[in-house]
Design a protein around this ligand. Structure first.
Ligand code: SF4
Length: 292
């Protein structure tokens, strides 16, 4: 289902459509893709100090970021070429509501063409905004590891670091991640392309999702159940994002008839400390009036 809204519309918001509402509101207000409230279920905002990337593994085949650059060329004059956006570095300083911020939904912060100096500027903004949690996800843990070990890159407490693992051939990404001092280490198994046996030592959170789009590669529910069972056995938070299909919402997000929205325990500590829950975490139900 696609939700369309106009300025000054009144829409019903509940826990299950809040992501769609956020996306629709952003489109109605003509926001670009640099930093927006997002429909991605496990985060609240995206922040893209870089855009563009290069494909590194099978999970990249139908890269959603690349599709967006093709669909909205006016917003991406360089297309999918790696591009730094220094003008966006300060954006989170202006966001008052404590939020989960997905860093570089349109890129990979540890792409070889992102200079260490630029990465350190990203980290500097993160340090200045401890009210937010920054979720940095990469398919390039080798470079991340190298920067930490050989170039003294450090992460403040409000950074969560994750790696993508789409099939068993890429579980070695976890070995790099495990060696990095950071408050939360997470895995994104999306698009999940095969069954996985995971070593969850020192991992705090696992997200699973099936691929979506016209050419999506179907995911077997038994793969998801098996990962969920591994997480439960190791007491690791498990988040099931979507079954996938022709659209992100096509298959729903139920597993054994329930929603799995577990978050790492430090998230609840963060919420208690900062005292404000973002929209998606409030299970808010009511009417949201869209006015400027
Ligand atoms: S690493 Fe991520 S952003 Fe880069 S091509 Fe692959 S899926 Fe796309």
């Amino acid at each position: 289902m696609v939700l369309f809204v106009k300025k000054n519309d009144i829409v019903q918001v509940n826990y299950y459509n809040s992501g769609q509402v956020a996306s629709a509101v952003n489109l109605a207000y003509g926001k670009n893709m640099s930093s927006i409230n997002t429909g991605i279920e496990w985060t609240d905002k995206t922040w893209n100090p870089t855009t563009g990337c290069d494909k590194v593994s099978p999970g990249c085949l139908h890269c959603y970021a690349e599709v967006l650059t093709q669909r909205f060329p006016q917003n991406f004059p360089n297309g999918f070429k790696l591009t730094l956006h220094p003008g966006r570095l300060q954006e989170p300083l202006g966001w008052r509501t404590p939020s989960r911020v997905f860093v570089n939904s349109m890129s990979d912060l540890f792409h070889e063409d992102v200079p260490l100096e630029f990465i350190n500027e990203v980290i500097s903004t993160i340090k200045q905004t401890p009210r937010h949690i920054y979720q940095i996800l990469t398919k390039r843990p080798e470079r991340l590891h190298d920067l930490v070990v050989n170039f003294n890159l450090e992460f403040p407490e409000n950074v969560w670091l994750g790696v993508s693992v789409e099939n068993q051939n890429y579980v070695n990404r976890l070995d790099y991640l495990r060696e990095i001092p950071v408050s939360v280490r997470f895995i994104s198994c999306e698009p999940l392309l095969g069954a996985l046996k995971l070593d969850l030592t020192d991992i705090h959170w696992v997200i699973v999702g099936g691929e979506s789009g016209q050419k999506h590669r179907p995911m077997q529910i038994s793969w998801v159940e098996d990962i969920r069972d591994q997480c439960q056995a190791e007491k690791v938070a498990f988040f099931f994002k979507q079954v996938g299909g022709r659209t992100p919402k096509a298959g729903g997000r139920l597993l054994d008839n329930q929603i799995w929205d577990e978050m790492p325990s430090v998230w609840y500590q963060h919420v208690a400390k900062w005292g404000t829950l973002p929209l998606k975490a409030t299970k808010f139900s009511g009417q949201l009036e869209l006015t400027v």
